[in-house]
Structures are given as structure tokens and as C-alpha cells.
Design a protein around this ligand. Structure first.
Ligand SMILES: Nc1ncnc2c1ncn2[C@@H]1O[C@H](COP(=O)(O)OP(=O)(O)O)[C@@H](O)[C@H]1O
Ligand SMILES: N[C@@H](CC(=O)OP(=O)(O)O)C(=O)O
Length: 439
């Protein structure tokens, strides 16, 4: 079996949806499990709708629903060719939009928002399933809410997914094509929840790992992982092969093509992940696997925005032990992950991207140190083979960014990453300058 995930842009129009079946058929696996995202823009629309309901601006919420309904009505009329096909799809769409209206009388909770957000993927998968039905291609629509589960810590339960998804699939021994929703799941309280924005990639790798499939394919709008962010840098190139570790670093540090957590299940269960382009299906794309192939070279650059740097300075740090533990315990207590860290004898600087508890953290740190905060920072991450015998790369990197103010540098944390923290206003220039110098 192969898992094929198609992102928002790949299901973004009726024409794009019509292109999915030829791609699936070209795979020649015995069975295919297709994971779909919501039509591009829909999740943002549903986030906006939820915000209006939360503000109790019912009139604006309803105007928003009406506008989205018109878009989907048009979508249905373009995708379906027969009267029965159109009628069946519209009946389904009407049911979903009736649900959206129902929230007007309710106290709008987080659980309600998650129900609304889940509809994007329910719509796209159902429309694709009905489209296949109309063209007489058999397929089975598997509800992700029956098998995708996260625990109290928002961690997916791969064993649960394996057991319940296998059960679902085994009900249809003759069928070859299965469709399910990306992104959505149930949580430990049994409520509808999701795997956070961009989470359909994560769904694909979780179901691929759970079923130990031969390959997970992430179909998107570009021919694989590029060596720099194509939104900001010209002449980027697709990378043929990446190791799981390289892909994890790049996606965590901002390469939007892949959801950062999606590498972990694939690595743990050793399932290869291939990134492919729906607009150019024969392009080779990128294969992410356990193999290390990019030796003695720099592989790619990525950048992550929205970073806050915290400098913690204390005379008590001087020659003392236990200082860092005290600092880390505070971040742990507030469930705030630290990304980068550099230390000197009297101060430590670290970065976070979740600032929900920042003021409480600072209050606690100030009990034993002085704290300085820098907002609006970006981490530029350079991934390559930086084992200790490969000298000279640090010089090349610093040469490339010598005109940019650097707040922190991290080298040696792993053998394949050099990270720089710079003010976000210099990010694009940093990416371009490094690109020109390194590739
Ligand atoms: N290093 C990179 N390589 C390829 N694409 C990247 C990279 N960094 C950012 N991107 C962006 O990621 C986009 C694809 O991801 P995304 O929009 O999430 O796709 P989908 O909607 O199909 O899931 C590309 O169009 C590209 O602009
Ligand atoms: N629809 C969700 C999940 C997702 O993964 O979308 P995409 O594949 O378009 O990044 C979102 O917008 O976050």
C-alpha cells in the first residue's frame, strides 16, 4: 500500500481534483490510501468564521458563511457533470453549511471552533469521493475521526491508529482506493480536534507509519524540497534525497513544504516519504529516508519567523552549577519549548516561539537574574554535513552574512545544523546572501 497526501493547492479547484485520479493510478501499488487537506483557503476561512462567532458578531459570521457557500456551490457545479452528481454533492454541502449556521445560538467554545475547522477536510474528501462515484471509480471514504487519536499531551497514538484503521480497511477486502481526511482527529476527551495547522502531512506520515506502508507521498505545488525558500529566493533547486534528520531540521526551522512533526513517525517506523508535484507529476521530487547521501556538502537553508530571544544574566551563574537547570525548569513548568541556546560565563541566551507564558516566565527568571527580551527575530538554519573534519563552513557562513546584525549563533549542537538568529527584517537578505555564497 502507498499513502498519497494531496495538499490544499492540489485540491484547490475542480480541475485540480480531476487530476488526482491519473496520479493515483500511475502509482501501481496494490492499494492506495489518499489523505486530503481542505481546499486551499478554506481552513483560513473557517478560522475567520470561528473568530466572528467568538466575538458574537453573528451578522458578519453569517455573511462569511454565505460567501463560502457560494464558492462551494460554484465548485460543485464545475466538478460534477450529471444532474444526480450535482444534486448529491449539493445535498451534502447544504448539510455542512446548516451546521455552520447552528453555532449562532451556542456559547462559542474551543470545542465548537474545532468542529468548524474539521469541516474543511470533511468537505474536500467527500467531494472527491462523490466525484469518483460519478465517474464510476470505486472508492471508500474512511472517516479519520474513527481512527486518528491524540492523547492528553496532544501526542498521536500510533498503536490505536494501527488497530482502528486496519479494522476499517479490512471491512473492504476487495477495495483498492481509500480516502480519508488529513489534519482532523479525536482527542483524549473524545472531542473533535486537529493536528494543528498544516497537519495533513502529519496525518499521512502517521497512517503510513501505523500501516508500515511502502511509501508515503506528499503531493504539493512544487517539485520537492528546495535548497532555499522559493518564496523569497530565486533559482532555488529541488533536492533529490534528504535523510530524516535533515528533513526534520529544515521543516522545523521553517521549510513550509513539510509539517515538522511529520518526519518523526516516518523515521521511527522507517517509512520513506516522497515529496512530489501535482503540476509536474513526473518530476523526481525529493525522497526522504534513513539513508545519508549528502556528505561533505551544504544541503539547504530555511528560516523560521516569530522568534523571541531572551538573555538571562546573573552574577550567580559565575562558576556555579545548577543555574541552567533552574532556568530550564521554569520553561518546562510553563510548557514552553526552547529552540536555540548559547551560553557565556555570566549569561545565557535562548529563543522561544511560543510566547503565551512569556510574562510569567520573565517574572520567575527575574527572581534571580536580569532579563532582556528581543522580539521579531528569525532563525536561519543551514543544513549540511558539518562533522568536525569538514572545516571552513563556519567561515563561509559568517562571510555571507557579515553585513547583517547577528544576535546568536549555534554550531555543533548537531552535526548537520548551523543556526543564526537575526532580526526578522534582515531575513530575506540573509537567505539570499547565504544562497549566493553557498550554492
Ligand atoms: N525549502 C522549500 N522547498 C519547497 N517549498 C518550500 C520550501 N520552503 C517553503 N516552501 C513553500 O511550501 C509550499 C508548499 O507547501 P504548502 O503550501 O503547505 O503546500 P500544500 O498546500 O500542498 O500542503 C511551496 O509552494 C513553497 O512556496
Ligand atoms: N487544512 C489544514 C491542514 C493542512 O495540512 O493543509 P495544507 O496541506 O494545505 O498545508 C490547514 O490549512 O492547516
Amino acid at each position: 500500500m502507498k499513502v498519497l497526501k494531496f495538499g490544499g493547492t492540489s485540491v484547490g479547484s475542480p480541475e485540480r481534483i480531476e487530476q488526482l485520479l491519473p496520479i493515483i493510478n500511475s502509482q501501481q501499488a496494490e492499494k492506495h490510501l489518499v489523505v486530503l487537506s481542505a481546499v486551499s483557503g478554506t481552513t483560513n476561512d473557517l478560522v475567520a468564521l470561528s473568530a466572528l462567532y467568538a466575538k458574537k458578531d453573528i451578522e458578519a459570521a453569517h455573511a462569511h458563511i454565505d460567501a463560502l457557500y457560494e464558492q462551494y456551490k460554484k465548485f460543485v457545479h464545475q466538478l460534477f457533470k450529471t444532474e444526480e452528481g450535482i444534486a448529491e454533492a449539493l445535498t451534502f454541502i447544504d448539510k455542512i453549511f446548516d451546521l455552520f449556521y447552528q453555532f449562532k445560538n451556542k456559547n462559542f467554545t474551543l470545542a465548537a471552533e474545532r468542529i468548524i475547522l474539521a469541516q474543511g477536510e470533511i468537505i474536500s474528501t467527500t467531494l472527491f469521493h462523490l466525484h469518483l462515484k460519478e465517474i464510476e471509480v470505486p472508492s471508500v471514504l474512511l472517516p479519520a475521526l474513527e481512527f486518528m487519536l491524540i492523547d492528553e499531551n496532544n501526542e498521536p497514538d500510533v498503536e490505536y491508529i494501527r488497530e482502528h484503521l486496519s479494522q476499517e480497511i479490512s471491512k473492504y477486502p476487495e477495495e483498492k482506493l481509500f480516502i480519508t481526511q488529513g489534519y482532523i482527529c479525536k482527542n483524549a476527551q473524545g472531542e473533535i480536534d486537529n493536528l494543528r495547522r498544516g497537519g495533513s502531512d502529519y496525518t499521512a506520515s502517521l497512517v503510513g507509519a501505523a500501516l508500515q506502508v511502502e511509501e508515503v507521498q506528499i503531493w504539493t505545488d512544487i517539485d520537492g524540497f528546495h535548497n532555499n525558500d522559493p518564496r523569497y529566493v530565486q533559482n532555488t533547486k529541488s533536492i533529490a534525497k534528504l535523510s530524516f534528520d535533515e528533513a526534520a531540521e529544515l521543516s522545523y526551522f521553517g521549510a513550509k513544504i513539510l509539517h515538522p512533526q511529520s518526519v518523526f513517525p516516518a523515521r521511527k517506523y522507517n517509512v520513506p516519504v516522497r515529496l512530489l508535484d501535482t503540476m509536474n507529476p513526473t518530476a523526481q521530487g525529493t525522497l526522504i529516508s534513513g539513508e545519508t547521501t549528502n556528505q561533505n556538502q551544504i544541503v539547504a537553508i530555511a528560516a523560521k519567523d516569530g522568534i523571541t530571544a531572551i538573555r538571562i544574566q546573573s552574577s550567580r551563574m559565575l562558576m556555579a552549577y545548577g543555574f541552567l537547570r533552574k532556568v530550564f525548569e521554569i520553561f518546562e513548568r510553563f510548557k514552553t519549548p526552547i529552540d536555540m541556546i548559547t551560553t557565556s560565563e555570566v549569561a545565557v541566551s535562548l529563543t522561544i516561539d511560543e510566547t503565551g507564558s512569556l510574562s510569567e516566565i520573565v517574572k520567575e527568571l527575574e527572581l534571580f537574574s536580569t532579563v532582556e527580551i528581543d522580539n521579531d527575530q528569525s532563525i536561519i538554519c543551514i543544513v549540511g554535513d558539518f562533522r568536525k573534519n569538514n572545516h571552513g563552513y563556519a567561515t563561509v557562513v559568517s562571510e555571507a552574512v557579515k553585513h547583517i546584525p547577528i544576535r546568536m549563533i549555534s554550531y555543533g549542537g548537531s552535526e548537520n545544523n548551523i543556526s543564526l538568529l537575526i532580526p526578522s527584517i534582515h531575513k530575506i537578505e540573509g537567505l539570499r546572501s547565504l544562497h549566493n555564497r553557498l550554492f
